[in-house]
Design a protein around this ligand. Structure first.
Ligand code: ZN
Length: 307
């Protein structure tokens, strides 16, 4: 298999994305498996060995629907590409089930079903660390916004330098459209964070001010002002994590009950809860409710604190 064919396999994993719903299970499981391969793992593993880290990853970086069906990708990756990418092993009567008849979590655990990167792929990634870095880049850039990349890598124990952005990220037209819209979003909000008013400058350069997509580009969120917010770096990261969302109609800030902090951080955090965002200069630039609804449903860590 050529390097390009391997990159393509990771690019083409089938992710269930009906109606804009996020399903980050397969990419997160693959990142976990790649990390184990880089660290020298030489066999496929029992499901029970991977259940706990996978659950934790989904709680942090998955949608609020949570880790309920977290074992699905362990099974379904084995049928994608006829087992070229992921190998399964276990009792014949389970392995011979039709692909759609997913074993239960208990069956996977009790019958010692084992799975992992197919040996050919694993060995290639172990031998060629550059290829591994490219594949990690593909999984991250295809499924998650950049604000979360380092944290996901830390969680799966891959050093942050082991990531190479995929080549298509450098598409010239896309690059121009993206950077033009980012500038227009910052201008629309008068160069300040729409939550906390942050507008720090050094000379004429803004420090820690970013244009955020409400509906992620990875989920086909468009590059347009109404899908954007000007946010300071901290609020950008918190927004992409789902620590808070913005009410799609009334545009006030709603923090998650799952977000915890103490002392001054908690005071600061909660002082924005229930407060309206700072509106853009023009009404026509206000965030569109469809994108805010997507964020509330797919990113926000429900439930919200009471207002
Ligand atoms: Zn802010």
């Amino acid at each position: 298999m050529t390097n390009q064919e391997i990159r393509q396999l990771f690019q083409d994993i089938r992710v269930w994305q009906q109606g804009g719903k996020r399903a980050p299970h397969k990419p997160l499981l693959l990142l976990l498996a790649i990390s184990r391969a880089i660290q020298g793992e030489v066999t496929i593993t029992e499901y029970s060995a991977i259940d706990s880290p996978l659950k934790s990853l989904l709680q942090k970086f998955g949608p609020s629907s949570g880790p309920a069906s977290r074992h699905y990708p362990f099974w379904h990756l084995g049928t994608d590409f006829d087992g070229t990418l992921w190998q399964l092993d276990g009792p014949k009567e389970i392995l011979e089930r039709p692909p759609g008849k997913t074993p239960t979590l208990t069956e996977l655990r009790d019958l010692n079903i084992r799975g992992g990167l197919a040996p050919k792929i694993r060995e290639r990634l172990q031998r060629d660390i550059r290829l591994a870095a490219e594949v990690i880049g593909i999984l991250l850039y295809t499924h998650f916004p950049a604000t979360l990349h380092e944290d996901i890598l830390a969680e799966v124990e891959i050093p942050a330098r082991f990531i190479l952005p995929p080549v298509h990220e450098f598409d010239r037209q896309e690059y121009r459209r993206d950077s033009t819209v980012r500038q227009r979003i910052l201008k629309a909000y008068n160069y300040r964070c729409c939550i906390c008013n942050h507008d720090l400058r050094i000379a004429d350069r803004f420090v820690g001010l970013e244009a955020a997509h409400i509906k992620w580009v990875q989920m086909k969120g468009p590059h347009e002002i109404r899908n954007g917010l000007a946010l300071c770096s901290t609020h950008h990261k918190m927004f992409d994590y789902g620590v808070f969302t913005i009410d799609p109609k009334a545009h006030y800030v709603l923090f998650s009950q799952n977000a915890n902090a103490s002392g001054p951080t908690a005071e600061k955090l909660l002082s924005y809860h229930g407060a309206p965002i700072i509106s853009p200069q023009k009404d026509s630039h206000r965030p569109a409710s469809a994108y805010l609804e997507w964020h509330r449903d797919e990113v926000f860590k429900k439930p919200a604190r009471g207002v």
